[in-house]
Design a protein around this ligand. Structure first.
Ligand SMILES: NC(=O)C1=CN([C@@H]2O[C@H](COP(=O)(O)OP(=O)(O)OC[C@H]3O[C@@H](n4cnc5c(N)ncnc54)[C@H](O)[C@@H]3O)[C@@H](O)[C@H]2O)[C@@H](O)CC1
Ligand SMILES: [K+]
Length: 483
């Protein structure tokens, strides 16, 4: 599988126009067939299709049109289809006629249902789901325990481009979309459930201008650095870690432990937790200060270092080195106060803030458009920026660069010390010579994979140590996906 691309609504509209098939309803017909096939498959997987009860919640645009035409196909297959029109006078006329012609009916309230289809709004929507529509979904959920919700295109109330989940918004078990995925499908993945992309013939170039992209597991697995026949411990890249303190060695242990597991090169540690680090990880080469650490190909600095003078001194030393540097956590707080340190950099810098650190760094709240925010921050700082979250976003400073997204697939990594582990993984990758944005995206993928493996199925809460311990298995899974 290749890179996944997530175009904006404007780009999707252009691709749809370019087909020349919009006005005669060909695209809507294809969309409706794909939607019907997905609903039939969901019914079949759960006992069969004949006589099953499917409700459609229909808004005022073409999203409702898709749902109504799909409903007509379902009704012809013997499915019991009822439609509730949120604005009866504005419902898609052709779709409504088709549904009625196939034996479907309109209702004022739903009886017990197996599947509820959200055809309120798609890419033409904005803001929260209107209250009357929200009441329909809440009522149906009460009436029909175990109800499956299928969103047409995207869950209504979720912004297609920013992924902002307004209140109220539909939460779907399955989302069926058309031609290309929307940004919301990755930025608001938990709200969308499983996403099926139906081919409606937009052509292979429909997503070519998409800025938001994600690497496939296969690409990450194939690119993971492994030692070649001529490699020794130095040639694979040496990462230096400045993290934690004597009083709080945890960040140092997690960060170095993660780096040790991420690649076969050497890991150095420089700082006040050196003894604790080598006791836990005997393969790590230690020093008290970065200046005394010996040669490295990349530095990681920041997790748990505090913001005192000693921390600032170490940050200055590390940023003066002509090698890639990852700055995280307290290092970012210090950088926000000393922006001049960034301006003097001669090699790439990678910043890995969470939302709070991001606000500190930029001097303003993150805002609703995380993609625009991370691009702006990268351009302003001249650094590659990784913005943490369920959907982690990575932007390089060069104009025209993509924004890489890693959707974690679960939230088990939201635990104390998890960020320290992420820094260590990415630092080890930086030392191998990978471009910062690629190292960051690959590191984020292994990090979320490790959390998933550590939590298991069904998941259980994990600490960051369990995540670190699962890094090797996460890399193995990715490498095996690459064959
Ligand atoms: N354009 C195309 O080529 C295709 C479009 N398709 C479908 O068409 C959809 C887009 O259709 P439209 O452009 O008509 O737009 P939508 O159907 O997504 O929504 C627009 C309508 O919803 C109303 N609305 C906006 N925000 C609302 C809110 N928060 N609550 C309730 N109502 C709200 C607007 O007043 C407008 O009437 C896609 O999402 C997709 O489902 C598919 O048929 C595939 C082809
Ligand atoms: K919808």
């Amino acid at each position: 599988m290749d890179v996944m691309r997530y175009p904006t609504v404007a780009q999707i509209r252009t691709a749809e126009q370019d087909t020349g098939l919009l006005d005669d309803g060909v695209l809507m017909g294809r969309a409706a067939r794909g939607l019907a096939v997905a609903i039939l498959a969901a019914l079949r997987a759960d006992g069969g299709t004949y006589g099953r009860r499917v409700g459609l919640v229909i808004g005022s645009g073409d999203n409702g049109g898709d749902a109504l035409y799909a409903g007509a196909i379902l009704a012809r297959r013997g499915v019991d289809v009822s439609a509730l029109l949120v604005q009866p006078e504005r419902a898609h006329r052709g779709g409504l006629a088709a549904l009625r012609g196939a034996g479907g009916r309109t209702v004022d309230r739903f009886g017990v249902l197996d599947i509820l289809v959200d055809g309120v709004v798609g890419i033409g929507g904005s803001g929260p789901l209107h209250a009357d529509a929200a009441a329909v979904f809440a009522g149906a959920a009460r009436n029909s325990p175990g109800l499956t919700v299928v969103a047409v295109d995207l869950p209504s109330g979720v912004d297609a481009d920013t992924g902002v989940v307004n209140d109220p918004a539909v939460r779907a078990d399955l989302t069926v979309t058309f031609g290309v995925p929307r940004r919301a499908h990755v930025l608001a993945a938990p709200q969308c459930g499983r996403v099926i992309v139906v081919d409606i013939g937009l052509g292979p170039g429909a997503d070519r201008d998409a800025v938001l992209q994600s690497l496939s597991d296969l690409e990450v697995g194939a690119a993971w650095p492994v030692p070649g026949p001529a490699d020794d411990k130095y040639r694979q890249g040496v990462v230096g870690i400045v993290a934690g303190s004597a009083a709080y060695p945890g960040a140092a242990l997690l960060c170095t432990g993660a780096a040790v597991r991420a690649t076969s090169g050497m890991t150095r540690y420089a700082g006040p937790a050196a003894t604790a680090v080598v006791n836990r990880h005997p393969e790590v080469v230690i020093a008290d200060e970065p200046a005394a650490a010996g040669k490295v190909q990349a530095w990681v600095i920041g997790p748990g270092i505090g913001t005192d003078d000693a921390a600032l001194r170490r940050l200055r030393t590390v940023l003066a080195a002509d090698v890639p540097v990852l700055v995280d956590a307290d290092g970012i707080t210090l950088l926000a106060r000393h922006r001049e340190l960034l301006a003097a950099r001669t090699a790439p810098t990678l910043l890995t803030p969470h939302a709070g650190e991001f606000a500190r760094l930029t001097g303003r709240p993150l805002g609703v458009d995380r993609v625009a925010a991370v691009l702006g921050c990268a351009a302003d700082t001249g650094a590659t920026v990784l913005l943490k979250g369920r959907a982690t976003l990575i932007a390089a400073p060069e104009a025209g660069s993509p924004v890489l997204v890693n959707e974690a697939g679960s939230s088990w990594a939201a635990t104390a010390g998890s960020g320290d582990a992420l820094s260590g993984i990415i630092g080890a990758l930086l030392a191998t010579g990978l471009a910062p944005a690629v190292a960051a995206a690959m590191g984020a993928r292994v990090h979320s994979g490790a959390a998933h493996i550590a939590a298991g199925t069904p998941g259980v809460p994990i600490g960051a140590s369990a995540l670190v311990a699962a890094i090797s298995e996460a890399i193995r899974v990715l490498r095996s996906s690459a064959g």
